[in-house]
Design a protein around this ligand. Structure first.
Ligand code: UD1
Ligand code: CA
Length: 475
């Protein structure tokens, strides 16, 4: 059976109940907008044209649409006169044959597979108008499916227009429809605003198509969570949690250990190989990839990070970085954009790295800032070393060679370079290049003023301790 000639996504609503400056359909879930999820489910099924009805926040939604679905046609609904009005506008200028699939832009959990199953039933029954329905534990707010004595759908009644008996119906309209193009056009032209909201209801086409003597079907979905719509922030969180569980289940089926799936948030485009372990409280976002054997977390956030096989990242925040195989990061490391760690490199506790490359097996174990640097292999950067990359106006580069030993508390004032096998003395402020094999020493020579404490701090506990150790007050 051919895919629908026209697919219409309704996304013109205000999303008032979100109380947000951001349009409802642009709120993200698992690294994709709500609208992005709907389009991802629908796009494989578009047989001809994809039309998205936009209205509120038109410019923002349109810009996003051209980014994620450049082949879609945006249809502008200036006044929101209801879902029936939106569909009338979308049909104008669209192909007139085949079938028409209609979806709401605020149901991000719907899957391509469910839509395909829905199509199959529609086609097998030669239906002219099918609506996907669900049995909800709490149907409040949704349109109800009214069935006749034979069990066939006779119409859909909105909550606000329903009587008590109809409100007791738990089968609801999910807002997903498949129509014969001609039958839909004929019925849509007959819609009236004769209802409590004074709008054109798309739902009324069902009764109109039945009245024209054609087949209409209410097709139940097996998983009601797929059809949940988002109208407020609570439903946003509810859908995000369902999406999280869905992604985590998929990931675990491929051989990944997720120690606590309820606190692990993985974006939809993240790729994780088998035998990775993810500890609680971790977020894997954007286009992050994690290779086999890596261990992530606890409490680690990776955004657009490439983690190679066997690497360990503990209690750290990393963005737009590459972590080499068997490298270790954390606890409490901060990798900022442009960080590249080679195989077996180590970035340790309270270390921040930005726009820098750290070579094979090199270590920055404690309390350092590494910015705009290239570090060779087998090098050790002593505790509390700072790469002084910013002169107050511009950023400069530092180059550190292979097998270098940077002494603790060194300031490497860029631009500067340290040759292969060189050392720096602890506490040095290095402003000039250090040639290969040399030691750079740049600090005042130490002098001891003997007996100073006994003279200047006489009677203090320090002076007493010094006396016990045999110190004297001599000049
Ligand atoms: C609608 C259905 C209801 C169904 C529910 C499922 C109607 C009359 N009611 O109600 O039976 O149970 O969806 O979620 O259709 N939109 C436009 N233009 C408009 C009005 C709405 O594009 O003029 C879009 C909205 O952005 C939204 C979708 O259509 O994506 C549904 O509109 P909404 O106002 O949320 O309808 P519901 O009251 O939820
Ligand atoms: Ca809705």
């Amino acid at each position: 059976m051919k895919n629908p000639e026209v697919v219409i996504v309704l996304a013109a609503g205000e999303g008032t109940r979100m109380k947000s400056a951001l349009p409802k359909v642009l709120h993200p879930i698992a690294g994709r907008t709500i609208l992005g999820h709907v389009l991802a489910a629908a796009t494989p099924l578009v047989g001809g044209e994809l039309r998205v009805v936009i209205g509120a926040h038109k410019d923002l939604v349109q810009a996003h649409l051209s980014e994620i679905a450049p082949s879609a046609t945006a249809v502008y609904q200036a006044e929101r006169n209801g879902t029936g009005h939106a569909v009338q506008l979308a049909l104008a200028g669209a192909p007139t044959t085949g079938s028409v699939l209609i979806l709401a832009g605020d149901t991000p959990l719907l899957t391509t597979q469910t839509l395909e199953e829905f199509f199959d039933v529609h086609n097998a029954n030669k239906s002219a108008a099918s609506v996907l329905t669900a049995d909800l534990p709490d149907p409040t707010g949704y349109g109800r499916i009214v069935r006749d004595d034979e069990g066939a759908i006779s119409r859909i009644v909105e909550e606000r227009d329903a009587n008590d008996e109809e409100r007791a119906i738990s089968e609801i309209n999910t807002g997903v429809y498949l129509f014969d193009n001609g039958a839909l056009r004929e019925a849509a032209a007959k819609l009236s605003k004769d209802n409590s909201q004074g709008e054109l209801y798309l739902t009324d086409v069902i009764a109109l198509i039945k009245a024209a003597g054609k087949v209409a079907l209410a097709i139940g979905s097996t998983d009601f969570t797929e059809t949940l719509g988002i109208n407020d922030r609570s439903q946003l969180a509810e859908c995000a949690a369902i999406m999280r569980d869905r992604i985590n289940d998929r990931v675990m089926k491929t051989g990944v250990t997720i120690v606590d799936p309820t606190t692990t948030w993985i974006d939809i485009d993240v790729k994780i190989e088998s035998d990775v372990t993810i500890h609680p409280g971790s977020v894997l976002a954007g286009k992050t990839t994690v290779a086999t054997g890596a261990v992530i977390g606890p409490r680690t956030t990776l955004t657009d990070v490439i983690v190679s096989a066997g690497a360990k990242v503990v209690e750290s925040t990393c963005t737009e970085s590459e972590i080499g195989s068997d490298a270790t990061v954390g606890p409490y490391s901060f990798l900022r954009p442009g960080t590249k760690l080679a195989a077996k490199a180590k970035v340790g506790a309270y270390v921040e790295v930005k726009n820098s490359t750290i070579g094979v097996g090199s270590k920055v174990p404690h309390l350092s800032y590494v910015g705009d640097a290239t570090i060779g292999s087998g090098t050790n950067i002593g505790a509390a070393t700072i790469f002084v990359n910013y002169d107050g106006v511009e950023k400069h580069q530092t180059i550190v060679g292979d097998e270098v030993r940077i002494g603790s508390d060194t300031m490497l004032v860029a631009p500067v370079s340290i040759g292969d096998g060189a050392y720096t003395a602890a506490g040095s402020v290095i402003t000039e290049d250090v040639p290969a094999g040399s030691i750079g020493v740049a600090r005042a020579k130490q002098r001891n003023v003997l007996g100073w404490v006994l003279r200047k701090r006489a009677g203090s506990s320090s002076a007493e301790a010094a006396k016990r150790a045999g110190a004297v007050e001599r000049e």
